[in-house]
Structure formats: C-alpha cells, structure tokens
Design a protein around this ligand. Structure first.
Ligand code: NAD
Ligand code: IPM
Ligand code: MN
Length: 361
C-alpha cells in the first residue's frame, strides 16, 4: 500500500514524539511492504514564529491532499499572551473545523502491566477498556458570539455554547456504531439538568437509540460521570459527549492507564483524511529533555493504520509491541520509571525491537 501522510509536529514535545512515531511507521512499512511518504507542515506556535499565523493556508492544503494527518501538539508559554485568535491552539481548532473532523475517538485501555503506575487501585483499573467519543467541531469551543464587551460598565467575557440537532445526531450515531463493535453499551454524558443544549442532546440520543435496539443507552450527568470514571471505570464501554466535557473527561480517564502520555486519538470526518494525535499537549515542563513518553503518539499511528487504511494486522502489531515492551517493565519517567526510566528514543527503540522480533508474515 502506498500512502501520503501530512506530518504536523507542532511545539514542545510534539516534534519529539512525532519523530518517534515515524520511526515506528518506517519499521511497519519495512516489515509489511508498504510505502508511506511524509510531508511536513507548520501548525501552532512554530507556524506563528515563521509565518505570523497559527494555521497557514499551505498547511490546510497539505492536509487536504494527504491520506492521513499525524500531529504532535501545539502551544506553550511563549505564545500564551497572544490574543485568542492568534494563539497556537487556534491553529488546531481551525484545522479540526476546516476538515470537519467532528468525531474524536479517545480509547482508554488499561494495561495490567501498568497497574502500579496509576494513582488508582489495581482492582479498580484492571481490565478497563472504554472509548470516549468526543464531539470536536461544535459546542462552546466554536459558538458565536465569543468576545470581550463592556456590560454594566464592567469588562465582561462571552463564550457561547451552540449545538444543532444534526451536529448532535452524527456524533451520537458514531458512538452507537462504535458500540456495535464493542460491548454494546453507550453512556451519553451531558448536563441536561442545567443546559438547554444538553436537553436537546438527550432527546437526540433517545431518537438515535431507536435505530440500535441491541445497544443499551444510559444517560449520565457530567459531574456524576467524572466521579463514576474513577469509582467504577469498568462499567463504561462507549462514552459519547460534547466537546468540552470530552476534553476534560479524557484527561481524567488517562490516569486509569497510568499516564496522560498513553492516550492516543483519532479525529474523523464523514469523508476526507483523519487526524491522529496523542491527547496530551506540548508538556513545556519536560520539552527538549528527551523525557516524553512517545507511546500515545505511536498508538495514534496504530489507530491511523486501522481506521484510515484498514490495515488491522499492522495496527495490531503496534499494539502488541507496546504491550510487550510494557510487560518487560520498560518505563518512561511519567510511568513511574524512577531511576531506570527510559528516554523517548530508548522507549521508541524498544518498540521497534519488538516489532522486528515478531515474525510477521
Ligand atoms: P500537557 O498535556 O502538555 O501536560 C500536562 C502534564 O502531563 C505535564 O506535567 C506534562 O509533562 C505531562 N505530559 C503530557 N504529555 C506527556 C508525555 N507524552 N510524556 C510524559 N509526560 C507528559 O498539558 P498542559 O501543561 O496543560 O498544556 C501545555 C500546552 O499544551 C498548552 O499550551 C496547551 O494549550 C497545549 N495543549 C495542546 C494539545 C494539543 O495540541 N492537542 C493538547 C493539550 C494541551
Ligand atoms: C486537546 C487539547 C485541545 C482541546 C486544545 C489544545 C485546543 O486540549 O486536543 O485535548 O481542548 O481540544
Ligand atoms: Mn485536552
């Protein structure tokens, strides 16, 4: 198979983890006889520094003509005082919007070998396997108006939470479709006791559920969901929720695996290339030190191979390699690696060695 991948390293640890992932992808290409070509684009802070814009038009063009997109992360203290529209994060939001990447899949799988890396009890997290399906192009992230305004003689800030029925329907449907392939349970998370948009969300979820009679639908308020995720994470299968709730719940859920550095994601549209990125950010506290855990980005590649290219065997090979490396006790410092913690490059090398050792045909 021959595929063209747009590579957007971004800022902070973004370039470090992307470089690792590409080494792994090269290995996959070698073993399975594929050809992946890479073209790099600017996004975020590095794009601002070079072009004055967080999302140059060339980057959007590059993404549109590619078969898939691999992204590191954007943002950092250097650009934190820029106005909202000029910030690095605006680049990522703009890319998600312009490619209509409305469905953000964030799988949370607890590795038993990492039970001791989590701050939670082993018996609570062992066997956790859930999928957060986050709406990614609507809600309070994009609603208008958003501005500063003087109201009653006082500086006031306005953000707007908007959802149309069709926006809700397509993400809920995605959640149900994914649940068909999993444990057949959907938890729709909202704040229907307070928000009108959540009441519409709940109505639409009930409507869509009629098309999936074999799937159990449960509604849960987001504050309760935040608690239940920690109390009994194994009771969840697919969690479908709006943009900001999904952002927050997925960082929380990452600790079921032991580290934010473990969680991959896929952002999909109805057609066109998907975007694959770790859920974590640029980690300014460890950037440039070679300490970042590359596994979330490597696992995002596995999602790319599976969801974008239908290469299940190759996707599984990456997952199995990650599994084996963790079973052997290899750890980066975020995974309670202690004195013997591996660097980003060392961890990447361990994954590659695992891939080479298995005789894939
Ligand atoms: P963060 O995710 O960058 O970091 C939170 C904590 O987790 C830090 O202690 C960090 O060291 C650690 N961490 C994150 N990824 C890690 C990895 N792979 N290996 C080891 N440790 C890891 O969140 P933050 O500090 O709140 O945000 C920093 C910047 O990143 C901000 O500018 C924010 O806007 C941006 N951000 C970008 C994205 C993205 O591009 N998708 C996502 C989240 C945050
Ligand atoms: C994420 C990030 C982004 C978000 C930011 C950087 C815009 O936190 O991908 O989870 O909030 O969606
Ligand atoms: Mn986030």
């Amino acid at each position: 198979m021959e595929k063209k991948i747009a590579v957007l390293p971004g800022d902070g640890i973004g370039p470090e983890v992307v470089q690792s992932a590409l080494k792994v992808l090269d290995q996959i290409a070698d073993i399975f006889g594929h050809r992946f070509t890479y073209e790099t684009g600017l996004i975020g802070g590095c794009a601002i520094d070079e072009t004055g814009e967080p999302l140059p038009a060339e980057t959007i063009e590059l993404c549109k003509k590619s078969d898939a997109i691999l992204l590191g992360a954007v943002g950092g203290p250097k650009w934190d005082t820029l106005p909202g529209d000029k910030r690095p994060e605006k680049g990522l939001l703009g890319l998600r919007k312009s490619l209509q990447l409305f469905a953000n899949l964030r799988p949370v799988t607890a590795f038993s070998s990492l039970a001791e890396a989590s701050t939670l009890k082993k018996e609570v997290i062992e066997g956790v396997d859930l999928m957060i399906v986050r709406e990614l192009t609507g809600g309070i992230y994009f609603g208008e108006p958003r501005k500063r305004k003087e109201i009653n003689g006082e500086e006031t800030a306005i953000d707007t939470l908007v959802y149309s029925k069709s926006e809700i329907e397509r993400i809920i449907r995605k959640g149900f479709e994914l649940a068909e392939l999993r444990s057949k349970k959907v938890t729709s998370v909202d704040k229907a006791n307070v928000l009108e948009s959540s009441r519409l969300w709940r109505e639409v979820a009930n409507e869509v559920a009629k098309d999936f009679p074999n799937i159990e639908l449960e509604h849960m308020l987001v504050d309760n969901a935040a608690m239940q995720l920690i109390r009994s994470p194994k009771s969840f299968d697919v969690v479908v929720t709006e943009n900001m709730f999904g952002d927050i719940l997925s960082d929380e859920a990452s600790m079921l695996t032991g580290s934010l550095g473990m969680l991959p994601s896929a952002s999909l549209s109805a057609d066109g290339p998907g975007l694959y990125e770790p859920i974590h950010g640029t980690a300014p506290d460890i950037a440039g030190k070679g300490l970042a855990n590359p596994l979330a980005t490597i696992a995002s590649l596995s999602m790319m191979l599976k969801y974008e290219f239908g290469l299940e065997k190759e996707a599984d090979a990456i997952q199995e390699a990650i599994d084996s490396v963790l079973l052997q006790g290899e750890r980066t410092s975020d995974l309670a690696g202690g004195e013997k913690a591996l660097s980003t490059d060392e961890m990447t090398e361990k994954v590659i060695v695992q891939l080479k050792e298995k005789a894939y045909v």
